[in-house]
Design a protein around this ligand. Structure first.
Ligand code: KIV
Length: 279
């Protein structure tokens, strides 16, 4: 099966075909996303919150991303895999960013990396792209800047920030980014940025006019109940049935109803009798 590439994505934008993206953080989840025919899989640093239980994404390390990225690549045959560069792995210097991006690509087998930020990371993006690594930008509500934003709040409602975001998107494109994720911005701004860019935009809380959409795996499947931003839609409700299945398992074990005969191995009676007599 042929893998989706950044050229496939560019063609999809040209043809007006929507691009699908979902996050995944392990082999099993990646198989579900890939089997469903989702075009791209993001190993998001959201794994810090939905998989590792941190309050935000700031504690996620490059080793975490590589560990999970490898599993996701092993679980996909068709989808293009993108791995997030976590906090402080690309902001210190362009050289350090390139080394870390290279490590992610080399050690996971993923195709691309994603970085949060606009104009301020443009030179870094240029350096990584010059080394042959496809880069996805990410602007708007950028979770690694949660402290600066004062929480996970919608960005770009006022003219000044909206214009900055448009300039950020154009700067990322000029630096060679192959796509830009737009998170938590008004739909009108999502539409404008999408019209002004020749590279695809992937929206999450950025309206229907983006070239594609991304959602977190656990949100799509209704696997987490704690955080529920407005832009999330559950396409399944699997948390409660999973708890119910787990409860039934525990109850059957307590009642000695599991394992039943069909789950059990057997051996010749005379051998066990002999052992019973001997000991
Ligand atoms: O980390 C992540 O999952 C993301 C998406 C929400 C875009 O960056």
């Amino acid at each position: 099966m042929k893998r989706v590439t950044v050229r496939t994505m560019a063609r999809m934008k040209e043809n007006g075909e929507k691009i699908t993206m979902a996050t995944a953080y392990d082999y099993a989840a990646a198989r579900v996303v890939d089997e469903a025919g989702v075009d791209t899989v993001l190993v998001g640093d959201s794994l810090g919150m939905v998989v590792l239980g941190y309050e935000n994404t700031l504690s996620v390390t490059i080793d975490d991303m590589i560990h999970h990225g490898k599993a996701v690549v092993r679980g996909t045959k068709r989808a293009l895999v993108i791995v997030d560069m976590p906090f402080l792995t690309y902001q210190v210097s362009a050289e350090e960013a390139l080394r870390n991006a290279g490590r992610i690509i080399q050690e996971t087998g993923a195709t691309a990396v994603k970085l949060e930020g606009g104009v301020e990371i443009a030179e870094t993006v240029k350096k990584i792209v010059a080394a042959g690594i496809p880069v996805f930008g990410h602007i708007g509500l950028t979770p690694q800047a949660v402290g600066q934003m004062g929480g996970f709040v919608v960005q770009g409602r006022d003219e000044k920030v909206a214009e900055k975001l448009l300039k950020d998107a154009l700067a990322l494109q000029a630096s060679g980014a192959c796509a830009v994720v737009l998170e938590g911005i008004p739909w009108q701004l999502g539409q404008l940025v999408t019209e002004k860019l020749t590279i695809p935009t992937i929206g999450i809380g950025a309206g229907v006019h983006c070239d594609g959409q991304v959602l977190v795996y656990h949100d799509i499947l209704g696997l987490q109940t704690e955080i529920r931003p407005k832009f999330v839609k559950n396409f399944g409700q699997f948390f409660t049935p999973m708890v119910e299945a787990m409860r039934n398992y525990a109850a059957e074990v307590k009642a000695s109803a599991f394992p039943a005969e069909e789950h059990t191995f057997t051996m010749e009676e005379k051998i066990i009798e002999k052992l019973r007599e001997k000991y």
